[in-house]
Design a protein. Structure first.
Length: 363
């Protein structure tokens, strides 16, 4: 049995905007019926309105504090707080993309554009396209863009094709993972601007204008609040911590879990989502820091379920998986990172010289 597997359970097209596949009328349908009976798919507009307002006040407070202490190097102490609030902003954009916030598609898009493009400099359209493809086929070697071979690789076949500098990176990718996440904040902005070339007409104009407004506003805030040297140091620290926060929130969810292969076993919606996802145990602080993504199994089964309902759906999903004999994987935060890093380490193993190997430590 996997060390992350629920000890009570033996090992044995995408769904968005509130529409879920019947899954052959067998495994998923009873669970969907139970969730609907408890109204867990109903919007929580008031909850999101309060969360968005609190986050906006937090951002304003940090910006004010930056202006007050910008002449001192103590201003760098505000960078971690801003990174956390920016991650909260990204979670709102994520939820808007899944139609969790409002039943109106246009409202969700406006919220996503404000929180993604304007506040973070990250293209809402690019994220939605990539993330929906991930949800449709999580961890699928050919269909999930999140496991496509890039700087990191996730399968032995991907690793076997790596030579030269890429091979060197793959050999040590488990050690490089956390340092690489420090660049994620900047990478998201680069992907956003590149995606503009794929857009047309009004959508391209709106997204491009908001991305440009973010760059101008962020630059103006830093230069108005502090000297240039302070501004450069603040931006570097803020973006690095923002990327690290997002990397730590997303990495444990699927890395090291089952990876469907082309031509392999055909899974219905329930098994496709449950067997490729991992939940993270914790309390209210974990829920807050990870934006509800620690309930990854429930989120993948019900993408449009409002964030505060995911923890309520967990007992239903866990019991249903137990009855079906489907593995429901849930582990603690440190163990989740250990498993993800071990998977990256094992994938790069064939490229390393023979001899004793050492597992990367989790900070």
């Amino acid at each position: 049995m996997s060390p992350a597997a629920d000890p009570l359970v033996p090992h044995p097209g995408t769904a968005t905007a509130g529409q879920y596949p019947p899954d052959g009328g067998s495994e998923f349908t009873p669970l969907l019926r139970a969730v609907r009976q408890q109204t867990l798919l109903e919007p929580r507009t008031g909850w999101y309105a309060r969360s968005i307002a609190a986050n906006a006040l937090g951002l304003a407070a940090v910006a004010t504090a930056m202006a007050l202490v910008g002449g001192s190097w103590w201003v760098l102490a505000l960078a971690p707080a801003l990174a956390v609030l920016c991650a909260r902003t990204a979670y709102v954009g994520h939820d808007a993309g899944h139609s969790q916030i409002s039943g109106d598609r246009a409202t969700n898009r406006r919220i996503g554009l404000v929180h993604g493009n304007l506040l973070l400099g990250m293209s809402y359209a690019w994220w939605n396209d990539k993330h929906n493809r991930h949800h449709a086929n999580p961890n699928h070697i050919d269909k999930d863009p999140d496991v496509a071979a890039d700087i990191l690789v996730f399968t032995g076949a991907q690793a076997a094709a790596r030579t030269g500098l890429r091979g060197l990176l793959t050999r040590h990718q488990a050690w490089l993972f956390l340092p690489l996440t420090l660049l994620e904040g900047v990478a998201l902005k680069v992907h956003g601007f590149r995606h503009l070339r794929r857009q047309r007409g009004r959508a391209r104009l709106v997204e491009g204008a908001l991305l440009a407004a973010h760059v101008a506003g962020y630059t103006a805030l830093l230069l108005a609040a502090m000297p240039l040297t302070h501004a450069l140091a603040f931006a570097a620290l803020h973006q690095a911590l923002f990327g690290l926060h997002l990397g730590l929130a997303f990495a444990p969810n699927h890395k090291g879990m089952d990876m469907p292969e082309p031509g392999g076993e055909k899974w219905g919606h329930l098994r496709r989502q449950v067997l490729t996802s991992r939940n993270i145990r914790g309390g209210p602080l974990t829920d807050w820091l990870l934006g509800g993504l620690n309930y990854q199994i429930e989120h993948h089964l019900f993408p449009s379920m409002p964030r505060p309902h995911l923890r309520l759906a967990r007992p239903l999903v866990r019991a249903h998986c137990r009855d079906l004999g489907v593995r429901y994987t849930e582990t603690g935060p440190l163990d989740s990172y250990r498993q993800a890093l071990r998977h990256l380490h094992d994938v790069g193993e064939p490229l390393r010289p023979s001899g004793p190997t050492h597992q990367p430590r989790v900070p």
